[in-house]
Design a protein around this ligand. Structure first.
Ligand SMILES: Nc1ncnc2c1ncn2[C@@H]1O[C@H](COP(=O)(O)OP(=O)(O)OP(=O)(O)O)[C@@H](O)[C@H]1O
Length: 265
């Protein structure tokens, strides 16, 4: 049998933008199979655009996204939906939908015409609600949820999709500290125990450094630098990319670098 490819996804020379504005400028990025990749960078640098391009929600002006060496533009919509799940920033759904109905939407790429809802679909929905701690909210209308509860329901929807690649855009937004940890520990378990490839956008560099195998700084439409958190968390690089003067120390509990910002510039 052939060895699996080292990279689950390869973004190659991707150029895209909105109108005349180029957001991603010949950006290339390998996303290793079975690892957690975290994208970070200043507001507006194109992190969400990149995630959406990986899920084929934006057509590139040039360049490609390869999934297991196959150009995603050649895949059918449902086939791609069974392989890459994306929680976009600020997703929306009808407010009178229940949490369980929302999570069940994650099964859509697995549904075929005339095929009944299966025990496997049920199991995926239950596991996703349990994992994100929203099972007790299953009958609630999503319009009645708090910001953090709603965010967890959306994460459950993506997990119910049971994809090999899970992309989450700022998944810990709106979450309190305990639920931030729950969310990131859950994706870490899906990664370590089930080998799923995870791509996250995180603004909190300390969480990024703690959970990432590969940390990627995006700036100026390109990958400015990528590598292990130990290599990436440098005061000079953080000053250049984020425009803050910061000190880097090692977290004595997790032995990961953490960043203490002093001031702007
Ligand atoms: N639908 C759109 N139409 C026009 N411009 C857009 C659109 N979506 C995003 N942009 C612009 O593209 C650029 C990149 O936006 P994007 O949301 O990808 O950045 P980001 O790195 O995810 O930002 P943030 O950290 O603020 O979430 C920004 O300048 C933004 O204003």
């Amino acid at each position: 049998m052939d060895e699996p490819l080292a990279n689950r996804i390869e973004v190659k020379n991707l150029t895209l933008g909105y109108g005349d504005d180029v957001v991603l400028d010949a950006l290339s990025l390998p996303i290793p199979r079975g690892q957690i990749t975290v994208l970070a960078g200043p507001n507006g640098c194109g992190k969400s655009t990149l995630l959406r391009a990986i899920r084929r929600l934006h057509a590139p002006q040039s360049g490609q996204v390869l999934l297991d060496a196959e150009d995603i533009s050649r895949l059918g919509g449902k086939a791609l939906g069974r392989r890459i799940g994306l929680l976009a920033q600020s997703p929306s759904a009808p407010l009178d939908m229940s949490v369980e109905e929302l999570v069940r939407l994650g099964r859509y790429p697995h549904q075929a015409m005339l095929q009944p809802w299966s025990a496997r679909d049920d199991a995926a929905v239950v596991a996703a609600m349990d994992g994100t701690g929203v099972a007790h909210l299953r009958a609630r209308r999503i319009g009645s949820l708090s910001g953090g509860q709603l965010q967890r329901a959306w994460i459950a929807m993506v997990l119910a999709q049971e994809t090999d690649v899970i992309c989450l855009d700022e998944p810990v937004n709106h979450l309190d500290m305990a639920h931030q940890l729950d969310c990131l520990e859950l994706v870490t378990r899906l990664n370590r125990e089930e080998g799923r490839t995870i791509v996250l956008v995180l603004h909190d560099l300390n969480l990024a450094a703690r959970y990432a195998d590969q940390l990627v700084f995006v700036a100026g439409g390109k990958v400015r630098e990528r590598g292990a958190p130990e290599v990436m968390m440098r005061a000079d690089l953080i000053a250049e990319v984020f425009n803050v003067t910061a000190e880097i120390i090692i977290d004595p509990v997790h032995q990961r670098p953490i960043c203490i910002p002093h001031r702007r510039g």
